[in-house]
Design a protein around this ligand. Structure first.
Ligand SMILES: *Cc1c(COP(=O)(O)O)cnc(C)c1O
Ligand code: SF4
Length: 448
């Protein structure tokens, strides 16, 4: 017996649309829903939804007929509906909310390029999406025609990449790169491929979820010329996994593109451990590997979607050990103020002594692991070739382990701890705080 097939849905309102239109992404794009009347053709709106849709200055609304058809018309709490139909709750401010909560525009050497990690960059190349998610982290840029990226911006991004050899991985995002005209996207991919030090290209896209019709043979033929190319899609709820999405993912993986999934943990949408277990299991059935679950960012308009972090930990507890290891994503909090993704997980390490550690598994079984007493690092000659020749300045906590530096200090630490006192006799000799053999390297100059 084969597995239960994934459903394919079309709201009754679209029953008379000929198949060749329904399956054409251009038709889907030009018939997106964005007004009270559009939505009410499919289901009655709540007072709050009507209020939000009548506001000016709201984050852009647009939903493809395909995606809107996944909404249960009789359920005002439908999890698909919550992701794309605005409510009055978006207008409520909350403590901690920001316009650019990840400080992306601060960590950006040229417009649209965010260089936060040593070896990879995020490259924003468009600000349009196939539909708009109410909790979008980049609502400040996305959906707003006045914020669009020019070819001048693109040239500046390329120029930065050409002169920054430490970048080996470029993540194309936006907005949604797969909404670009294929010619334009191809120009981006080609230009990146001409840069020798760029090893991999990634695309973050929700197009396969919002508009799977867009994944045509023509598109995959183009994409597969630019390997190694990886794609992350964005599915939040099992109801988004349809026959159409399965087919789109099949085309992409057959073109040799490994697929991952990023979900955002959203109150009222997917904040349940059993639901999430179903989601990750359905994803691997369509050959998409769960990659990240994001804690909802502190972005204006998304307050009602936030959950406590404990909810994410509960979900991770329900996944690890309970289902296939490759179905288990990493739960991350994208650091407010910049700093990138920080993984959080339940603790499996219970205790340790000098040569024994105590662990627990998902069942609560407690075990101990006897560590070797005579462990030696491999001889340097074996690993020397892999060491970077140059510091990126971002070695961080790892540099403490490597003995490259002894401490990491908050800004102004040394000055503060002078306490305004003078340079007295007990403070004169700086060498008394230097550990023998630690931080000898040129790159580890201390803050003066
Ligand atoms: C998420 C992100 C990346 C990629 O991070 P990975 O953990 O490698 O997937 C790169 N740059 C920025 C700014 C990001 O937000
Ligand atoms: S698809 Fe991504 S960029 Fe577009 S609205 Fe949704 S979260 Fe934002």
């Amino acid at each position: 017996m084969p597995n239960k097939p994934f459903p394919s849905k079309r709201a009754p309102y679209y029953n008379d649309i000929p198949d060749e239109k329904w399956t054409d992404w251009r038709w889907q794009l030009s018939h997106r829903l964005n007004t009270v009347d559009d939505f009410e053709n499919l289901f009655p709106l709540t007072e709050g939804e009507r209020e939000a849709l009548s506001q000016t200055g709201l984050f852009r609304v647009d939903v493809t007929p395909y995606f809107a058809s996944l909404i249960d018309p009789d359920n005002p709490d439908d999890p698909i509906r919550k992701q794309v139909v605005p409510t009055e709750k978006e207008l409520i401010p909350f403590t901690g909310m920001m316009e650019d909560s990840l400080a992306e525009d601060m960590h950006s050497p040229v417009p649209g390029l965010v260089h936060r990690y040593p070896d990879r960059v995020l490259m924003l190349i468009t600000n349009t999406c196939a539909s708009y998610c109410r909790y979008c982290t980049r609502a400040r840029l996305v959906g707003d025609p006045t914020q669009s990226f020019s070819s001048q911006d693109f040239e500046a991004q390329l120029d930065y990449l050409r002169r920054t050899p430490q970048v080996r991985d470029v993540l194309l995002s936006g907005g949604d790169p797969l909404t670009l005209a294929p010619k334009v996207l191809e120009r981006v991919l080609k230009s990146l491929r001409e840069i020798e030090h760029i090893e991999i290209i990634r695309i973050g896209s929700r197009v396969p979820v919002f508009m799977p019709q867009r994944i045509t043979a023509e598109l995959t033929d183009m994409l597969q010329q630019y390997h190694p190319l990886w794609i992350n899609i964005h599915v939040n709820h099992p109801n988004e996994i349809t026959a159409e999405l399965a087919e789109a993912c099949d085309k992409l993986t057959r073109a040799g593109i490994p697929l991952g999934n990023q979900s955002v943990l959203l109150a009222g949408v997917n904040d349940d451990p059993y639901l999430m277990r179903q989601l990750v299991q359905d994803l691997v059935r369509i050959r998409v590997r769960p990659y990240y679950i994001y804690q909802c960012d502190l972005v204006a308009g998304a307050g009602h979607f936030r959950t406590p972090v404990a909810k994410g930990l509960e979900i991770m507890e329900a996944l690890r050990g309970h289902t296939s290891g490759f179905s288990v994503p990493t739960y991350v909090i994208d650091a407010p103020g910049g700093g990138g993704k920080i993984p959080v997980a339940p603790n499996y390490l219970l205790s340790m002594s000098d040569h024994r550690i105590v662990l627990r598994n998902f069942e609560g079984f407690i075990t101990s692991y006897e560590e070797p007493l005579d462990y030696q690092r491999p001889p340097k000659a074996l690993t020397e070739a892999y060491r970077p020749k140059k510091s990126t300045g971002q070695e961080g906590v790892f540099s403490l382990l490597e003995g490259q530096s002894m401490t990491i200090k908050p800004e102004g630490f040394d000055r503060l701890h002078l306490r305004g006192g003078e340079q007295h006799r007990l403070r004169k000799d700086k060498n008394k705080w230097k550990a023998l053999g630690i931080g000898d390297k040129e790159e580890d100059k201390e803050e003066e």
